[in-house]
Design a binder for this molecule. Structure first.
Ligand code: TMP
Length: 225
């Protein structure tokens, strides 16, 4: 999204759909809980798009394969960062922004917080560079609400190991995920209005009760409930 992009220009000044993102380290239960969010919002007849990053469109999914697959040639950290934002630019311009402009709600499995957490916290890349790319690709667009599903690293990793073959990120070590987790928590602490940290080590009904409470407040704030 650039200053010249007409959709971006209109979007920042219009009443658009709500943009919700769901984050966390591997093995926090994002898939199950995003399905819960989808069902809960559908109960209010909210037009909804559920999508994911990296990915969400045909081209962005192809970039995802490069990011997640193992290759004989190792991916340089800078390449990884630029590919994440290349996929995001495509996803935003072709799916997220048009949906929000149609006043649909968008629920996205990971977004730019994941870049701060994985490329910034995990890989140690410059936060300034991430922030510059964020501003250039997204303009003013930021999620309205980000749920951070939080579990201790040991628990997340043990859940992932039961899934079978590990992708390029899942094979990282404990310290990497500890930095990722701490980055998420610091970001939430810095901006409590836009984040809810959910203790995802609790039972599923307890986790979903927390999600429901937060979603309910969001619906009230939007005049839907
Ligand atoms: P997931 O679909 O299992 O969440 O896998 C996506 C992986 O991509 C996950 O390990 C985190 C990683 N990722 C980044 O490193 N940076 C990003 O900006 C995004 C969106 C994901």
């Amino acid at each position: 999204m650039t200053e010249q992009d007409p959709i971006a220009q209109t979007l920042s000044n219009m009443d658009r759909g709500c943009f919700i993102t769901v984050e966390g380290i591997e093995g926090v239960g994002k898939t199950t809980n995003i399905e819960f969010i989808r069902q809960y919002l559908s109960g209010f007849n909210i037009p909804l798009v559920v999508t994911r990053e990296p990915g969400g469109t045909g081209i962005a999914e192809r970039i995802r394969e490069i990011l997640l697959d193992h290759d004989q040639e190792t991916l340089a950290d800078d390449t990884e960062l630029l590919l994440v934002f290349a996929a995001r630019a495509q996803h935003l311009n072709r799916l997220i922004i048009p949906a929000l402009a149609r006043k649909e709600w968008v629920v996205c499995d990971r977004f730019t917080d994941a870049t701060y957490a994985y490329q910034g916290g995990g890989r140690g890349l410059s936060v300034d560079m991430i922030s510059q790319l964020e501003n250039s690709v997204q303009g003013d667009l930021r999620p309205d609400m980000t749920f951070i599903l939080d579990v201790p690293v040991e628990l997340g990793m043990s859940r992932v190991k039961n899934r079978g073959q590990l992708d390029r990120f899942e094979q990282e070590q404990h310290d990497f995920f500890e930095r990722v987790r701490q980055t998420y928590l610091m970001r939430a602490q810095a901006s409590p209005k836009h984040y809810r940290v959910i203790d995802a080590s609790l039972s599923l009904p307890e986790v979903q009760k927390s999600l429901e409470n937060a979603l309910s407040l969001l619906l009230v704030s939007r005049g839907i409930k």
